[in-house]
Ligand binder design. Structure first.
Ligand code: TA6
Length: 278
């Protein structure tokens, strides 16, 4: 079933089927919760101080970054919102269906050229809530000229204790935002022991989040060129909608296109992230 409710001017969808439950905010087209019934363990982290009235982007869950990633997009630095404008846009529920995989919904934002992207395009978020949570961000070029963009599914995963987390499946070089974008080698044992803000330039297709040496969740990605790993560590204290120790229970593993993705007229790009409970 899909239950629609409203609070502080925001519409929420609560999906409940035989495989899982999920909560989605139409503000941001933002998934807030995913609990598979296989183990009833919440996979997404939502800040207890997340603002849920549309005043600012939601801290936690799965923010949709589009059509640029971060604030270093090159055009008018600082003049445009970090991670693009879709995460602070009201989306609409276009369709929904129950199928073999679970429940699928289609969300679409409404935006205009004035928001900062001057091309004709259509964006759809297709979300399937089942044994896994599959999120597809579809960008269609409906105009007559090619365009390029960046994007990310900036997922905040919930972890019991960041000190006992290890990521497996990532290799190659990364760019370290905490060290002036120095290029470094991904460690063989990937633990998080301090502020971490990395763009891994090898597009890992499957990454596992291990807690106390047990693989808890797999992050499957398609259509990406990079993977971003972020934890603000003590920096959380200076983030208004996070509490000082919030960093202990979250880790962002983001399926991203941080390099420019070209879409020809009539063409489309699909960025997919699947959260697979293990
Ligand atoms: O994805 C990593 C990142 O770009 C970090 O640099 C960090 O600032 C984070 O996202 C959160 O950004 P936000 O605009 O949501 O505060």
């Amino acid at each position: 079933s899909i239950e629609v409710s409203e609070s502080s001017g925001i519409t929420f969808l609560d999906i409940d089927n035989s495989l899982a439950t999920a909560r989605i905010s139409l503000f941001g087209g933002h998934i807030l919760s995913f609990i598979p019934k296989s183990d009833n363990k919440e996979r997404l982290w939502l800040s207890p101080h997340a603002v849920l009235n549309g005043d600012k982007p939601i801290r936690g869950g799965i923010p949709v970054c589009w059509p640029w990633f971060s604030d270093d997009h090159g055009r008018e630095k600082g003049a445009l919102p970090s991670h693009g404008f879709l995460r602070s846009q009201v989306w609409q529920l276009k369709a929904s269906e129950d199928n073999a995989a679970g429940t699928t919904i289609y969300l679409a934002p409404s935006f205009t050229r004035a928001d900062g992207f001057e091309y004709d395009c259509q964006v759809t978020l297709k979300v399937t809530v089942g044994q896994s949570l599959q999120v597809e961000l579809i960008t269609q070029n409906t105009g007559l000229v090619a365009f390029s963009f960046n994007t990310a599914l900036h997922t905040y995963f919930q972890v019991d204790d960041i000190n006992h987390v290890e990521l497996t499946g990532i290799s190659g070089d990364y760019k370290d935002k905490t060290d002036n974008w120095a290029v470094k080698q991904t460690p063989a044992h990937y633990t998080v022991t301090g502020e971490t803000d990395r763009i891994h330039m090898t597009a890992a297709a499957q990454v596992a989040i291990n807690e106390r040496s047990v693989a808890v969740t797999r992050v499957d990605s398609q259509g990406h060129d990079s993977l971003v790993v972020w934890n603000p560590w003590q920096g959380a204290a200076s983030i208004a909608d996070m509490d000082a120790f919030g960093y202990k229970h979250m880790l962002c593993v983001e399926t991203a296109c941080t390099g420019d993705i070209q879409v020809a007229p009539g063409g489309q790009h699909i960025l997919t992230q699947t959260v697979v409970p293990l």
